[in-house]
Design a protein around this ligand. Structure first.
Ligand code: CAO
Length: 415
């Protein structure tokens, strides 16, 4: 079967996480991704957080599947010639260097245009144009600057970053979409274009509902679905809302049987209005059905914490999976808090390719997250990440370099 991006060639200048997630997705969609690294060291993540000495880390392997790796010294004139040949041959250049680094390498937008006017140049940067545009940025900086940290956590605690890599992987996703759209637009314009995804913007896009709430708060001074209502105070900025649902259906995380010893014996419980009757029946509080204090969603809002307390008295008698089974019979929306161990061992995720086992020549078998995007005519087969420079000779041969020329470049430490 063919792949959606068959024939698309990506010159991958990315490193660490944000850029590599983007190019990994494009590779999974069928693009030929040629990752350029520095000889000897390569992407810094190859050596970071290693669990096996001298073996590419899981950090690297899990972000660089289905790619080819070549080593080229971009600051050497002969290395630059190799890269220029690649610019002419490829459709997209993706990079997430610190601001200005690509220009300093000699690959300005103008120079790339001269070499290949159809080239799409896609970049992740920490910030868009403005006061911080020259800053280097990592994940948590983006979470803080994009509004996630100030709105995550509990009201009486400090701002919190989340374990979901919304700054890096989230921005990589945004960039991948921009690249695919630019490829589509190029069909009619015949031209490349610049695509920028700033990490602050990507995080803010994912925190859109909090900007919604900021404006609601400014207008009304109160938000009834927040845990601060009715007893706490609202300030002038959106407060941290604990585990409250971000939508119109109140929700909270509740303890389940075993919570005293198991840090993940919890369930997310949503008191969706259409199933209120079922909720009352399941937890044995049928009297709430006729009590005016609980009869409507609006009437319930001031009592939410009390209601969740009562529901929790029920969930504490069930383990999270039994609670799920019972609640699902009534279409009551809920979700178990799954540990990474539980997710890694979940057979249904293996079956769909969401969790995959990959074999690696020096590491052996390891688990990874497969392509979360499933397409009926473009199936993803996850293949291992490349060793450093594994495809240098192959790619140079494709560019027309003879064996002796390659040997000479190697002797001069250009590749
Ligand atoms: N040959 C020669 N030089 C190379 C090279 C190659 N193949 N590949 C990279 N380099 C050079 C670059 O030219 C650059 O050199 P100069 O600074 O002299 O111009 C240098 O290596 C490294 O660039 P960098 O500044 O991007 O790397 P860093 O480790 O100092 O910073 C990071 C890392 C992530 C903070 C920075 O790249 C950044 O802010 N990127 C944009 C935002 C981003 O993507 N952040 C998320 C990272 S994932 O958490």
């Amino acid at each position: 079967m063919g792949k959606a991006l068959d024939g698309v060639r990506i010159l991958d200048f990315t490193h660490v996480q944000s850029g590599p997630t983007c190019t990994q997705l494009l590779a999974w969609l069928g693009a030929d991704v040629i990752k350029v690294e520095r000889a000897g060291e390569g992407d810094i993540t190859r050596g970071q957080l290693r669990d096996i000495p001298d073996v590419d880390s899981l950090y690297f392997t899990m972000l660089n599947h289905n790619k080819r790796s070549i080593t080229v010294d971009a600051k050497n004139p002969k290395g630059k010639a190799v890269l220029e040949a690649l610019v002419k041959k490829c459709d997209v250049l993706v990079e997430n260097f610190a601001p200005g680094a690509l220009d300093r390498m000699g690959f300005t937008w103008e120079r790339i245009q001269e070499l290949n006017p159809k080239m799409i140049v896609a970049s992740v940067k920490g910030f868009g144009p403005g006061p911080y545009e020259d800053c280097k940025v990592y994940e948590n900086v983006a979470q803080c600057a994009g509004g996630a940290a100030s709105t995550t956590g509990f009201d009486d605690g400090p701002p919190l970053v989340t374990g979901a890599q919304i700054g890096d992987s989230g921005t990589g996703l945004h960039l991948a979409l921009g690249i695919v759209a630019a490829l589509y637009q190029r069909k009619s314009t015949g031209r490349g274009q610049k695509v920028l995804a700033a990490m602050q913007d990507g995080v803010l896009n994912l925190c859109r509902v909090k900007l919604r709430d900021q404006q609601r708060l400014a207008r009304t001074g109160v938000m009834h679905e927040y845990p601060q209502y009715p007893n706490g105070k609202f300030g002038d900025a959106v407060p941290r809302a604990g585990n409250a649902s971000g939508g119109g259906q109140p929700g909270w995380i509740l303890k389940c049987k075993g919570w005293e010893t198991d840090p993940n014996a919890y369930i997310y419980f949503i008191t969706q209005a259409p199933v209120w009757k079922d909720i009352c029946t399941v937890i044995g509080r049928e009297e709430w059905l006729t009590d005016p204090r609980y009869a409507t969603p609006k009437a319930r809002l001031p009592h939410l914490m009390e209601i969740f307390g009562e529901i929790e008295a029920w969930t504490k008698t069930k383990n999270k999976f039994d609670a799920m089974d019972i609640l699902n019979e009534h279409d009551i929306p809920c979700g178990p808090i799954l540990s990474m161990k539980e997710i890694a061992e979940e057979p249904s995720l293996r079956k769909t390719g969401t969790i995959v086992e990959v074999d690696h020549p020096t590491r052996g078998k390891y688990l990874s997250v497969g392509n979360p995007i499933k397409m009926s005519d473009s199936a993803t087969e996850v293949t291992r990440s490349p060793l450093l420079g594994e495809h240098t000779d192959e790619v140079l041969a494709e560019l027309g370099y003879g064996k002796d020329e390659v040997a000479a470049l190697r002797a001069e430490k250009v590749i």
